[in-house]
Design a protein around this ligand. Structure first.
Ligand code: ADP
Ligand code: ASP
Ligand code: MG
Length: 412
């Protein structure tokens, strides 16, 4: 007997027919003798609709009430799955975050899980042989007794946190693709499914835009050593495939130099032209942004045409773009720049692979390949196991495909 967490995303629970299909997957594991906790997302599109209603109600809505609204999508699917399971003769009950409880901090809308108590669920496994159906995406901020949500894609994190809390043998993340691919299979049909991917690489891929797993879920899987698979809910419930295992680097036999390509459209570029080239300027620019909690990612500085001043280009999350511009316009006196230019039609394309630690020239090869396709690089960042380039959004697919084949990732 094993203890499992099975997580199903939005498309997997999109309607009652899909929920019945989920129940068949659960039934298979229960009949194999396993103890099962299921984590569900809201039906596909539901969270977007709820977010839209909050915005329509008020542009400046109370984040605690936003959470009260958007957490409701998961409550519906958890109850429905419990009903369908019972109807199939499997004893099940739904649990909301606060009933377990899954504890969070007070950062409403993007809360972090601070603890999860698995004891009640385990007790129900032991005493009642009961399947637990748990709402993803939500927990409770105990000091204020308010519901909090974990940020978009947060049900993945709920699942891994729950798996750690109940000491599950495995956490299966069921989604609409049958594993983690070398890049988003929706934009590159040649993408290959990976049997295994290391925690470090998955962390980078998720941070750099591969939304198949929420970043925080990978962090938790890594720190709590949760055996996590990404697999498809669209497989035949009677004959499922294993999917992709997220594991330690040492457990991967055939290591590539580059494992995957990711892209993110959630970036915006800001360029300050003709900034005085003297000490303290970078601080004048970046301290006010940091104080406003705006994360600056790529930074490049080049001497301007007149050679006495410099141009500084950097990126911020697209959601913070307007705020960042306002802050910089206010600080214009101290920074002393000639013009501020911005662009939101940019995309960050990244290549990830632990093999980069031991191979030189991996990024240089990409710069040439992109140049050959006429793609202009606006900014670059590199770190130990990845590099990223900022380019015009119009070239997203071309750039991703170019890098994907450059590093030999296309399927045979
Ligand atoms: P769910 O609703 O099940 O949580 P998501 O939409 O959040 O599903 O994540 C699955 C999607 O992630 C896939 O449909 C795919 O388009 C996208 N994706 C992006 N990058 C990758 C990748 N490298 N491997 C697999 N899927 C990816
Ligand atoms: N329903 C939430 C969202 O769409 C959480 C999730 O699906 O993981 O972001
Ligand atoms: Mg998701």
């Amino acid at each position: 007997m094993a203890r499992l967490v099975m997580k199903f995303g939005g498309t997997s629970v999109a309607n009652i027919e899909r929920i019945r299909n989920v129940a068949r997957h659960v039934k298979r594991e229960v009949e194999a003798g396993h103890q099962v906790a299921v984590v569900v997302s809201a039906m596909a599109g539901k969270t977007n609709e709820l977010v839209g209603w909050c915005r329509e109600a008020s542009a400046l809505h109370d984040a605690r009430e936003y959470d009260a609204v958007v957490a409701s999508g998961e409550q519906v699917t958890a109850g429905l799955l419990a009903i369908v399971l019972q109807d199939m003769g499997i004893w099940a009950r739904s649990w909301q975050g606060w009933q377990i409880p899954i504890l969070t901090d007070g950062a409403h809308g993007a809360a972090r899980i601070t603890g999860a108590d698995g004891s009640r669920i385990i007790q129900h496994f032991e005493e009642r042989n009961e399947v637990a159906v748990v709402t993803g995406f939500q927990g409770i901020h105990q000091p204020t007794n308010r519901i909090a949500t974990l940020g978009r894609g947060g049900s993945d994190t709920s699942a891994v946190a729950l798996a750690a809390a109940i000491h599950a043998d495995r956490c299966d993340i069921y989604t609409d693709v049958d594993g983690v691919y070398t890049t988003d299979p929706r934009i590159v049909p040649q993408a290959r499914r990976l049997d295994r991917v290391s925690f470090e690489e998955m962390l980078e891929m998720a941070s750099l835009g591969a939304k198949v797993l929420q970043v925080r879920s990978v962090e938790l899987a890594m720190t709590h050593n949760v055996k996590t698979f990404v697999r498809s809910s669209f497989d035949d419930p009677a004959d499922p495939k294993p999917g992709t295992l997220i594991c330690d680097e040492e457990d991967i036999v055939e290591q590539q130099i580059v494992t995957g390509i990711a892209y993110s459209k959630d970036e915006a570029q800001i360029t300050l032209r003709r900034v005085a080239d003297k000490p303290g300027v970078a601080a004048a620019i970046f301290v006010p942004l940091a104080d406003a909690n705006i994360n600056v990612d790529m930074i490049i500085q080049v001497v301007s045409d007149d050679t006495t001043t410099t141009d500084i280009t950097f990126t911020v999350p697209a959601a913070d773009y307007e705020r960042a511009k306002t802050i910089l316009e206010k600080a214009r006196g101290e920074i002393n720049y000639a013009t501020l230019q911005g662009a939101t039609d940019v995309v960050k394309v990244s290549a990830i692979g632990v093999g980069m630690r031991s191979h030189a020239g991996v990024a240089a090869k990409a710069f040439k390949a992109l140049a050959d396709k006429g793609i202009n690089i606006r900014a670059i960042t590199t770190s130990e196991i990845k590099f990223s380039v900022l380019i015009d959004a119009a070239y997203t697919e071309l750039a991703v495909r170019t890098l994907h084949s450059l590093y030999g990732l296309d399927k045979a």
